[in-house]
Design a protein around this ligand. Sequence first.
Ligand code: SF4
Ligand code: FE
Length: 484
Amino acid sequence: MPLKTKEQYIESLRKLNLKVYMFGKPVDNVVDHPIIRPSLNSVAMTYELAQMPEYEDLMTATSNLTGEKVNRFAHLHQSTDDLIKKVKMQRLLGQKTASCFQRCVGMDAFNAIFSSTFELDKACGTNYHENFKKFLLYVQENDLTVDGAMTDPKGDRGLSPSNQVDGDLFLRVVERRPDGVVVRGAKCHQTGMLNSHEVVVMPTIALTPKDKEWAISFAIPTDTEGIIHIYGRQSCDTRKLEPGADIDLGNAEFGGQETLTIFDNVFVPNERIFLNGETDFAGMIVERFAGYHRQSYGGCKVGVGDVLIGAAAVAADYNGAHKASHVKDKLIEMTHLNETLYSCGIACSAMGTKTESGNYYIDNLLANVCKQNVTRFPYEICRLAEDIAGGIMVTMPSEADFKDETVGPYIEKYLRGVNSVSTENRMRILRLIENLCLGTAAVGYRTESMHGAGSPQAQRIMIARQGNLAAKKKIAKKIAKIEE
Ligand code: SF4
Ligand code: FE
């Protein structure tokens, strides 16, 4: 099948039989649920843009497996140019949705597992690379969205998986059968899980030989028997349930999604397994996936940042403050921070190298520097946007009051900024800033910037490992003419 249209994607999701819970109740119609639908719309944008000639170069690529055109989200990067286009595509989608569009985790998992299984098979004589290639062919031919599941609940952070009181706190193999394995455990904050056809599961940390049953990686459909998805709450999420909600949402059409997904004795067939007991290689998969996802943030967060900077500038216009030099300077600072993130995303891509398996991997040090900046700059960009927007962003009355016959006219009169702009438009832009800085999209733009793709300390460990301090000391001593 060629590329799916947006409509075909949405219809394909209707065929899934997902077991989903939200607010203590099962969800029957996942696709049309008002809280879930905006996140689906964001993923659908990855299909819609791929059909548009002006975005073809960014949104699609030629598969090295089939020679056919595929969505870039299902592609194995074949060059540094591919890595750069990936970041540009993510910035574009961030601009179009002002939210997390979720499909990147699968793409990053594909590229990490492709190269890792190649090296694993070479070292251990296993057949995981072929298993994975077959799976990816299926994904490409059907233009599927795939969730990448890494983060285990982890229980006591001071204990390894095999030392936990409850071993299920890291997803593990609980039974081995001739035709496959049975797994049990959970994966936390699963981005886009309900908008995905399949899920690729990976270990969450490097493992020791004692942790054999936790060294497991595989792919299965998201509606496999035994999988239960529990929907994550987002701040302001129930605003979407209010009848006719529009202005108050800030971004009515798009959003992100996270789930806590339970694997309650789930069967995985042999042909879908990519790692099974080879503890030495768990760390490689984790590091490569994290590296790619840290690169990803140099694209997606920048695109969302573009929307926030634009919204702050519009708010300044509507407040009549756009000519104030300090407002101009704040917008410059926001732009500087945002473009610094983009520079990191592009740099780690441009400096990428070919793996043994043939696909391209980012410069890992620069990708970690990218993500370390992402843990900080969006917070500062939000701070400046809130500074420009003013306190009314969080104290103004609701849309229902604005539309009320009695109090609406007062709001119309007293919340007006410059006379040429309607009060409604002023409220709309302020609600968008609220949505991004502390509403539903803040999940993706703020806290996910901190913890997604690994929390700040994880990047500092990688930076320490790759910073090559010994070489730096040597060059300093040479310049200072110190001989030892
Ligand atoms: Fe993609 Fe960014 Fe969402 Fe990760 S946080 S899935 S990189 S949009
Ligand atoms: Fe993420």
